[in-house]
Each structure stands twice: as structure tokens, then as C-alpha cells.
Ligand binder design. Structure first.
Ligand SMILES: Cc1cc2nc3c(=O)[nH]c(=O)nc-3n(C[C@H](O)[C@H](O)[C@H](O)COP(=O)(O)OP(=O)(O)OC[C@H]3O[C@@H](n4cnc5c(N)ncnc54)[C@H](O)[C@@H]3O)c2cc1C
Length: 459
């Protein structure tokens, strides 16, 4: 494959940065990844990938999809293969290991692909070998970017905290929720947009050996994905590690502020007893699982960009991708999935560009095609938690089921091929016009979305 006549810097080597690197490599775009840590690494346990995320991986790179499939775990029972979550009453005192006594309130059918989840670290281990040798620099914490304010096509300069610098024709900020790239782009004019806000929810996360989980919940509820609803709290359980481990994510709503205001510290130490106290009022199923977790745990704050959505994901030759652009709470199980969708769009757009002066137009087409969907997810995710925790519609389970289904359908069933083809057409139009000419930004977050996304015919 011919290599494009430009070189880009990818700031951040999380799921977004690595997927983008792999996808750009396949399209002949040369890059260097700058990661602040000493090595690639993922914190946290399981991550679920929705059906469109899996389709997006295929567009990015067959190897990426194959790597995910090697580590992905789906519902164990064939009868549950299309199920995203069975939704149960977490406060019920009926035993989950006698399924007929505790029937689901409703079931969320996740298209034909159901629920695919993996351990984050295992997915990362699959991605790293797909990168070309020597394409990453570690211990490089971005401080600022110079040269993006003039119209010249001189290389941009990345300045790192260790005093070193690097040059690139464009910078792709994949540096996550606390993105420094975002702060560099919007910080001076709109400092409030640079910082994520606390959603007044935090989570306890635990991994439970499957045998212990089966002892607590019985086989059906352990081998398949469950969502346990309740007032002001809810919990998710789903198998990872090819069914050897149950991933537990237990969400708590609180009026208290998070002790670390600016999201610099997203995790704080906690104990299993804290979790048990926070879930008082829940039934023996969820409490039984919490008792199986390690005595020392962590609380993870859920911050997002819902309160100050960015008016644009790019400026000049710097573009934000993934959580850096649209960090979301995880209530749709789709934050990372949207990052992979971003990567599919952006790499397809950049792969059609043959001159570095055309990169801003590619970023403009990316922004126009992705921002509405990405920011809708951020807002809708907050709403989803209110539904699960009986704040938005009380215990109207039929209404909750209808609304969650409508929202999930929009997440799962978009036709990515149609969306990418439209984005490429938009890019050609912009290039024919002579430049990005970004429309006046609109930060509103519509639902139902008013963007011309096409639902798949079989949705
Ligand atoms: C509790 C929880 C559960 C979730 N569950 C799901 C789920 O089931 N499904 C789903 O789709 N999504 C889920 N998400 C969302 C998902 O985790 C994120 O959307 C995704 O991990 C974001 O990836 P990223 O690569 O954009 O950012 P990150 O993973 O944050 O990666 C950013 C990288 O950039 C590096 N970096 C940061 N700053 C700098 C700097 N200045 N210079 C250089 N490098 C830097 C970091 O070290 C890191 O490696 C969940 C999120 C949470 C909090």
C-alpha cells in the first residue's frame, strides 16, 4: 500500500487511540502514538461492545475484529444469544437461582448479535501486536500544541510535560475523558467545556469467579447478562473471560459532590462493606453477589461531557476522537462502541485524503457526521440511568421498556456503511468548495435524532 504524504500524531493509547492506529495503518496513513503511561494498559474490568461497535471493528480492520472475537464472551445459553440484558427487580427477595420465581420484568433484545463483552486488558493484548513496530512513544504526556493557529501547512509541534517536542502534520486527540488536547482546543475561550462534570453517580466494579456467582444466582442468571433495577441504584452482571468470570458493575446515585472536583481523581478506595451499605434495600441476589467481591474495592466516579457539549470536535489540524470528544456515562454500554464507530468514520475519511492540506476538510466531515450521534449518546445515557433507577418513570416497567428499547435501537441499528458513504460525499463536497467551511456549530442534543442516519433494514 502507498503511504500517504503526511504523518499524524495520535495522543493517547487507549481503546480509541489503538483502534485508530490500526485502522489508519491499514489505509496507508503513517502515525506515532504518544502515550503518557510507561506502557499500554487498561484499567477496569469488562467492557461490552454493542452490535454496531462490532460492525465498526470490521470496517476498521479485519484483524481488530478477529482479535475482539478471540476474547469476546457472549451469553452462554443459545436461547439468550440475541439478548442484551434480562431486566430484573433488584429489590426482589425471590431467589434468582429459581428462575420461575424471579421472572424478568422485561428483556432487551440486542439485535441478532446480543451482548458481546470482554476483559479490557485482554482486548488490548490483542490490539498491540497489530501495530507496526516502533510506532509508540511512552512517558509522553501532552502539554500543548503549537502552530495550529495559522493557515500555513507547516508541521504542528507537540510539547510534552518532559520538555521534549515532536512534529506532525495533524494531531488526533484520543486522550480520554481528561483530555489535554480538548483543553488545548477550547480551554482559552470556553474553559467550562474543557472539563467533564460529575453525573452524581459512582460505581463499584467487581470480578467474581463463575463458580461463586453460580452459587449465588444459579446458572441461568450467571451465564447470561442481567440488569438489576432498583431505586437510586442499579447493577449489571455479565460473563467475561469466556464464561470463567462474572463481571459486576454496581451503580449508586448520590447528591454528594465527588471529593475530587475536576475529575483528576476518578477512583477512590472503598470497601466491600461500603458497597453493601450503599445497596441496603436491595434483595439477597445483588447483596449476595456483592458479598463475593474482594474486601478492598474502589469507587469510580462517573463524569461526562453532557453539561457542556463541544460545539465542534476539531479545529484546524487538531481533531478529538472518542472520549476526548464525547465522554459519556456508561448506561447504554456504548461509550467505547461509539469510540470505535468514530474510528471507522475518521479513518475512512482520512484514507481518502492524499494531501495534508485536505485534512481539515476530513475533520470537518468527521465532525458533521459524528457529533450529533455521539453527543446524543451522552445525554441519552444519563436518561437511561434515570429509567433504570425508577427516577424518570417510577415503576412503570412497560413505559421504561418501551423507552429503553427505542433508545437502544438507535444505538444498535444505524447503517454504518450508509453513514460513512454520506460522510465521504460530504468530504468531496467540502474539497470541491475549497475547504472545510464548517457550518455554524449546533450543540443541541436532539432525540429522536434529526440526522439523516439510516436504520438497517433488518433492525
Ligand atoms: C464504569 C464504566 C463502564 C463502562 N462500560 C462500558 C461498556 O460496557 N461498553 C462501552 O462501550 N463503553 C463502556 N464504558 C466507556 C468506555 O470505557 C470508554 O468510552 C472508553 O474506554 C474510552 O476510550 P478512550 O481510548 O477514548 O479513552 P481512555 O480509555 O481514557 O484512554 C485515553 C488514553 O490517553 C492517555 N492520555 C491521557 N492524557 C494524556 C496526555 N496528556 N498525553 C498523552 N496521553 C494521555 C491515557 O493514559 C490513556 O491511555 C464504560 C466506562 C466506565 C467509566
Amino acid at each position: 500500500m502507498t503511504t500517504k504524504p503526511f504523518h499524524v500524531a495520535i495522543v493517547g493509547g487507549g481503546i480509541t487511540g489503538l483502534a485508530l492506529a490500526i485502522s489508519l495503518h491499514r489505509r496507508g496513513v503513517s502515525f506515532t502514538i504518544y502515550e503518557q503511561a510507561a506502557a499500554f494498559g487498561e484499567i477496569g474490568a469488562g467492557v461490552g461492545m454493542h452490535a454496531n461497535a462490532v460492525r465498526a471493528m470490521k470496517i476498521c480492520d479485519e484483524g481488530l475484529l478477529a482479535g475482539f472475537e478471540r476474547v469476546a464472551t457472549r451469553n452462554a445459553w443459545p436461547s439468550k444469544s440475541a439478548v442484551w440484558f434480562d431486566v430484573l427487580d433488584g429489590t426482589s427477595t425471590e431467589p434468582a437461582n429459581v428462575p420461575e420465581k424471579l421472572a424478568p420484568l422485561f428483556t432487551l433484545i440486542g439485535h441478532t448479535d446480543g451482548h458481546a463483552a470482554c476483559h479490557r486488558a485482554r482486548f488490548l493484548e490483542e490490539m498491540v501486536p497489530l501495530l507496526p513496530e516502533g510506532s509508540a512513544r511512552f512517558g509522553k504526556r501532552l502539554k500543548t500544541i503549537e502552530g495550529n493557529n495559522d493557515d500555513s501547512d507547516r508541521a504542528l509541534t507537540l510539547v510534552f510535560e518532559d520538555g521534549t517536542t515532536a512534529q506532525a502534520d495533524a494531531v488526533l486527540g484520543c486522550d480520554g475523558i481528561k483530555s489535554r488536547t480538548r483543553a488545548v482546543l477550547v480551554g482559552d475561550d470556553h474553559p467550562e467545556r474543557a472539563k467533564p462534570a460529575y453525573s452524581h453517580k459512582f460505581v463499584y466494579r467487581g470480578l467474581i469467579p463463575m463458580a461463586d456467582a453460580v452459587a449465588a444466582l444459579g446458572e441461568e442468571r450467571s451465564a447470561n447478562a442481567m440488569l438489576w433495577m432498583g431505586p437510586e441504584r442499579h447493577a449489571l452482571t455479565f460473563p467475561v473471560n469466556h464464561g470463567q468470570t462474572l463481571n459486576l458493575v454496581a451503580f449508586v446515585t448520590t447528591p454528594e459532590p465527588w471529593p475530587s472536583k475536576d475529575a483528576q481523581q476518578l477512583t477512590l478506595p472503598a470497601t466491600r462493606n461500603d458497597a453493601l451499605r450503599d445497596f441496603e434495600g436491595f434483595g439477597p441476589n445483588v447483596l449476595g453477589l456483592l458479598r463475593q467481591t474482594a474486601p478492598q474495592m474502589e469507587r469510580w466516579a462517573l463524569f461526562d461531557l453532557a453539561e457542556h457539549p463541544l460545539p465542534q470536535f476539531y479545529k484546524g489540524r487538531v481533531c478529538l476522537v472518542g472520549d476526548a470528544a464525547h465522554a459519556s456515562t456508561p448506561h447504554h454500554g456504548a461509550g467505547a462502541g461509539m469510540c470505535i464507530e468514530d474510528v471507522a468514520y475518521l479513518s475512512e475519511l482520512m484514507g481518502t485524503v492524499n494531501d495534508k492540506r485536505e485534512l481539515p476538510a476530513a475533520f470537518a466531515a468527521f465532525d458533521a457526521s459524528r457529533r450529533g450521534r455521539d453527543q446524543w449518546l451522552v445525554a441519552s445515557s444519563r436518561r437511561a440511568a434515570e429509567l433504570y433507577e425508577w427516577q424518570a418513570r417510577g415503576r412503570d416497567f412497560e413505559g421504561i421498556a418501551d423507552e429503553v428499547r427505542a433508545r437502544q435501537a438507535y444505538i444498535w441499528n444505524i447503517d454504518l456503511d450508509v453513514g460513512i458513504a454520506a460522510a465521504k460525499k460530504d468530504l468531496r463536497r467540502r474539497l470541491a468548495l475549497g475547504m472545510p467551511a464548517a457550518a455554524e456549530p449546533d450543540a443541541s442534543v436532539p432525540f429522536p435524532p434529526d440526522i439523516d442516519y439510516h436504520l438497517r433494514e433488518n433492525s
